[in-house]
Design a protein around this ligand. Structure first.
Ligand code: FAQ
Length: 308
């Protein structure tokens, strides 16, 4: 048996792959690509919500949002650490992000003009993230799978906090309910795009599923998300902005319209409403924080030096 055949058999039998194990170069490359994109998404994803930390409507809401945004930073750190076990470095990954060479989730290139957008992000964006990420807890690569377990637990709390914001708004005045509806109108289609292109336009899915990195295709997860989310919108008394949405009794699924894939590709190419702002903000955060890194590295180097 060759190394490659042994690897395929191990993964097919649900074995875990650990950092020092032999693995095909393409498997390593795919994981670095996916995990680093995922890490960047968590870190860039702090920005649209961070925008509301100083303007949350009450101290309680502010404390909850602060905890959520801090959780996202933690998720980014676990994920950068998991990617580093594959031989890349965090500095390299961050440099690629700031240079515009690395992707992060398209969803974070949309603005958050009202408080209701914070509810919509928790409900829809974290809801989509959970749908996509729970299967990643069974990913064949051990460090990624283990990081995902903790992340998913925290994402559940995030989803609940977002829904809770919308429940309050929908039980409030007509104006507050309209704010919730407007936010749903803004975030619905970008949330469906989070799952990636349709299966027949997804170049990576088949191989990633064979390697047990992905467990379900993009379209399967998108359908699960729609099925779970439509009844939640009905409970809120909100309308999903899709004229083609209808329940298919025979299949037991909500059928829905096609996202605007042209918009998706435009956002991926860097031309979304907030792309330039997000990267510039991240670059400034890195540059402004450089002195902290330098001081921490100097301190660590001093501790490593043997006493004279
Ligand atoms: N945005 O062949 P596929 C969160 C790219 S975390 C940007 O289908 P794949 C928590 C894809 O990378 C959200 N790019 O690719 C939170 C590929 O490009 P490449 C992030 C996208 O990898 C909440 C190309 O298109 N979650 O929300 C997108 O098999 C609130 C072809 O696509 C994850 O990253 C997109 N939406 O499947 C934080 C989960 N979709 O690399 C803060 C892990 C596709 O060939 C606040 N990632 N692309 O140049 C995944 O599950 C997968 O990577 C997919 C894409 C499903 C995203």
């Amino acid at each position: 048996m060759t190394d490659a055949e042994r690897f395929d058999a191990h993964v097919a039998a649900e074995g875990k792959v650990e950092p020092k194990d032999w693995m095909p170069d393409a498997y390593r490359k795919t994981l670095v690509r996916q995990i680093s994109q995922h890490a960047h998404s968590e870190i860039i994803g702090m920005q649209p919500e961070g925008n509301w930390l100083t303007r949350a409507p009450s101290l309680r809401r502010k404390a909850i949002l602060l905890a959520k945004v801090q959780d996202e930073a933690g998720h980014g750190l676990y994920l950068y650490a998991a990617a580093e076990t594959l031989g890349t470095s965090r500095d390299q990954m961050v440099d690629d992000l700031i240079a515009g060479k690395a992707k992060y989730s398209s969803i974070f290139n949309y603005p958050t003009p009202t408080w209701a957008d914070i509810g919509a992000i928790g409900w829809l964006v974290d809801g989509a993230a959970i749908m996509n990420q729970v299967p990643l807890c069974r990913c064949s690569y051990g460090p990624y799978a283990r990081a995902m377990k903790r992340i998913c637990k925290e994402e559940s709390f995030h989803q609940r906090q977002g829904y809770d914001i919308l429940v309050s708004l929908c039980r409030g005045s007509d104006r507050q309910k309209q704010m919730a509806q407007d936010a749903l109108d803004r975030w619905w289609w970008p949330s469906l795009m989070m799952f990636g292109p349709n299966d027949d336009a997804s170049p990576n899915s088949a191989q990633s599923m064979k390697w047990r990195i992905k467990r379900f295709s993009n379209d399967e997860l998108r359908q699960r998300f729609v099925d779970a989310t439509v009844p939640q919108a009905h409970f809120l008394g909100l309308r999903i902005p899709d004229d083609e949405l209808r329940y298919d009794d025979t299949a037991g699924h909500w059928r829905f319209g096609e996202p605007d894939w042209e918009e998706f590709h435009r956002v991926l190419a860097g031309d979304g409403p907030m792309n330039a702002h997000r990267i510039e903000h991240r670059r400034r955060a890195r540059d402004d924080g450089q002195w902290v890194l330098d001081a921490a590295s100097a301190h660590a180097a001093k501790r490593r030096r043997p006493a004279a």
